[in-house]
Structure formats: structure tokens, C-alpha cells
Design a protein around this ligand. Sequence first.
Ligand code: UFG
Length: 325
Amino acid sequence: MKLCVTGGAGYIGSVVIERLLEKGHDITVVDDLITGHRDAVPESCRFVEGDIRDESVLKKAFESPMDAVLHFAAKSIVSESVSNPLDYFDNNIGGAVSLLKAMRDRDVKKIIFSSSAAVYGNPQRLPIEESDPCNPENPYGRTKRMIEVILECSRIAWQLGFVSLRYFNAAGSTEQFGEDHRPETHLLPIVLDVALGRTEELTIFGDDYDTPDGTCIRDYIHVIDLAEAHVLALEACNDGFSGVLNLGSDKPHSVLEVVQAVERVTGKKVNYRIGPRRRGDPPALLASSKQAEKVLGWRKRHSKLDDIIRSAHAWRLKHPSGYSR
Ligand code: UFG
């Protein structure tokens, strides 16, 4: 298929593209490189640099007819979204609307969308199912939920086929592509940097939650398993499925468990201190991915915590300063 991938120079996008190329798809990447990396885009992709809110950028991207779009481009730091909500609404909602208009005008009727567990907010029960209430607690999560609503309205109005994939905590690397956010805010790369002596200590954001060891619980899913789900979602969308699907490992791990697992995998001590809670952090998030398994035939093969950590560790050793550009 001829695919347009927005945000393809980012962490999850780059790994999904690696898998799509293995499947023989023809890919055009659109990325403004504000958080993405040019080196994370394989040579065999056509690359259009720019912001999807800019019509001329989309015109270039859609120069030749596309069969479907995978939409990753977004701002995604929760704390930043709380302090600067307008940027998030402008970038994430504005970007999605502009992309969908371009798709509608060119009769491109399939999209796979990067959504997030953040759409659920603080869940009332665990594991979380897709039919559970969505009460996003921060502007980032709200943008993801609003875009899902826009997708559903577009399905009704102009028969858009969409699959919205609600990622839980993406983590891990392939041999070639890994996590390089600047600044880094995610737990695993920070813990690995402490283990590797590149950062002095980890601050654990709160140990007084109502969880077994007092630290927050998350559901870490290997980015390779996420990539496989995108390939399957594209096939399901081709077959006429539209809807939202959770993607998690369905295994809960506390922050302290992640620290211990990193110590086990790397053989290095992780220094940490307990700091105050981080604003907007739900105490526990855990997916039920049964729907994705049923609808897509998705199987998680890489998402044991130690395997995730091993892959991320190997990538960080190989790329000590991340991507060079
Ligand atoms: N944490 C720390 N110290 C740190 C960094 C993180 O204690 O230095 C803790 C957080 O408090 C949280 C856990 O580690 O309990 C995971 O934090 P991350 O920042 O790695 O991930 P989040 O769960 O906050 O967010 C991730 C994605 C978001 C997405 C969210 C949905 O980064 O984009 O999952 O669940 F919205």
C-alpha cells in the first residue's frame, strides 16, 4: 500500500515504519522534526519536512495518491499540556483536522490514529476496557479523545475508516530505533541513564499512592508489539473495521518494580530518592487488550518487562547520545 505516516520521525512512528517496510509498503513520512529525528527515518522513505497544519506541506505529502494514513504527529508531554493547553489544542486538534480535510478532499478513507490511555483519566476499575468511561484529566488526553470523536463524526459523514489505538506505556527499542526525547520525561530511559551513570539519581514521583508498594502502577508495552498491532489494524481497516482498541501488555508494574528490573537486567545499582507526586499522574493504569486480540488477532510476543528493558538498554549503549540529528 502507499502510506502517508505523519510523525514518522518520532519514537513509535519510526518503529512502526520499520515493520511496515518489512511488509513491503511504500511510505511517505511527514514530520516537522521539532521532536522527531531525521536519522530515525529510513532512507527508503520519501520525506516531507513540515507541519501538517500547513496546507502546502500536505499538498506535497499527497502529491501521489495514498491508500491510507498513519497519524502519529502530536505533542505528547502531559505536564507541558497542563501549563500550555492552547499549544496542545492548536497542534494536536488543528493538525488532525487539517490532515483529515486533506484526506477527505483526496478521497483517502483509511486512517490509523495514535491515541493514548490518557483518554481514560483516572479509571474507575482495572483492567480498563474500551467501553469504560473516558474522562481525560489533562489537555493532552483531551486532545486525543477529541480527535477520536472527530474520527467517528468523519466516519458517519464521509465513510472514513479509522482505527484508534490507545497505547498504554510504550517502551523498549528495536536494534535500529529507540527512544530519544529531549527533554526525556519517561521512566524507563531515565532509569537506564541512572544505571549507566549518565544521570545521578531518579526521582520517584510519590510513594504514598494506594498501591501495593505506594508507587504508581503502569502497563508497559514493547514498541515492537505496538508496531505489529499497527500492521494488523491497517489490515482490519481495509476489511471494514472502524473503532478504538487498547494496546497494553495487560501486566501491572510499579515504578519500584521497574527500578528493580533495571538493576536485574543491567547489573547496576539505580540510585533514587522519593519526591512529591507529579501533577495529573493516575495511581494505576492497566489495559485489557482482549478486544485488540479478538479483532486484530494481535499477540504480544515481546512485552515481558525484562525483555523490554534489555532492548532499551542495548539501544542506549549503542546510541549513548541518542540520534545525531
Ligand atoms: N516516573 C517517576 N519518575 C520519573 C519519571 C516517571 O517516578 O522521573 C513515574 C511516573 O510518575 C509514572 C511512571 O513513572 O508513575 C511512568 O511515567 P512516564 O512519564 O514514563 O509515563 P506516563 O504514564 O506518565 O505517560 C505515558 C505516556 C503519555 C501517555 C500516558 C498514558 O508518556 O503520553 O502514558 O498512560 F499519555
